[in-house]
Write a protein that binds this ligand. Sequence first.
Ligand code: SAM
Length: 279
Amino acid sequence: MNYTLTPVKLIENWFSERYSDNLQLSFRVRDQLLSVKTDYQRIDIFDTYDFGKLLTIDGTVQMAENDEYIYHEMITMVPFYMAETTPKAALIIGGGDGGAALRLLDLGLERIVNVEIDNHVVELSKRFFPEVAKSFNSPKVELIIGDGIKYMKESKEKFDLMLIDSTDPVGPAEGLFDPAFYRDASRRLNKGGVIVTQSGSPYYQPFALSKAKEGIGSAFSGSMTYVAFIPTYPSGFWSFTMNPSRGRGMGEVKPGRYFNGDVLKGCFSLPEFVKKIID
Ligand code: SAM
């Protein structure tokens, strides 16, 4: 018998993020570009087929080239428009990829202090995501490598916007969800300003959402939660939690690629199961 030999590739490469013992999201990858263990966490970078380059920390997706705009617009544009005075100075805690600072520069902020604990996240983002991390080259952005919890306790500067763009509430980010951190933050926030934190997937991480609500709620007499669709994060459904603020009654908002005036109005409308987590 004659067999025609054609090359068959049986092994494919995948990166999977575990959501639970029984569920994971897998990205088919062309290559793993880097894996490094820093003093704080393990960082991996993959070249994926569907989402471009992907940054993961301790096995969890932080940023994908093709959908980073959704997370970064929602953590910057919603608080920008919900602030009661036009924000000029902002503080970012975490955010070592530079994406939040980039959107704040687009919104016209004059001063941005970015406190990131792990210098490797910044250096690797500059190397693998230069279009996002180029924000660190702006003279308006001051990058401080250090612990955001310590910075919040010790710094004296005040801000109109504070974005807690952190990893999940484990390891170095755990204290970023504590009431004590938000009490310190309340002394750094200008009147009419907004503080916001990413508060995880309501479906898979309800504890992150309730912790954020508790922390912000106790220091700012209440909290407001809003949601967004982010395909590379657990369940694709993500939450952010901020202090109560009414906005400044602006008519038109400048749309991004995900964010627009309808999203600003609609993102605070929560499904019943999410309301139950924060009630
Ligand atoms: N978009 C992301 C998400 O929700 O998946 C967050 C991305 S950003 C890369 C998260 C950053 O928070 C990491 O670079 C991490 O080093 C930083 N971080 C964690 N704990 C921190 C702390 N206590 N102070 C400052 N930065 C911290």
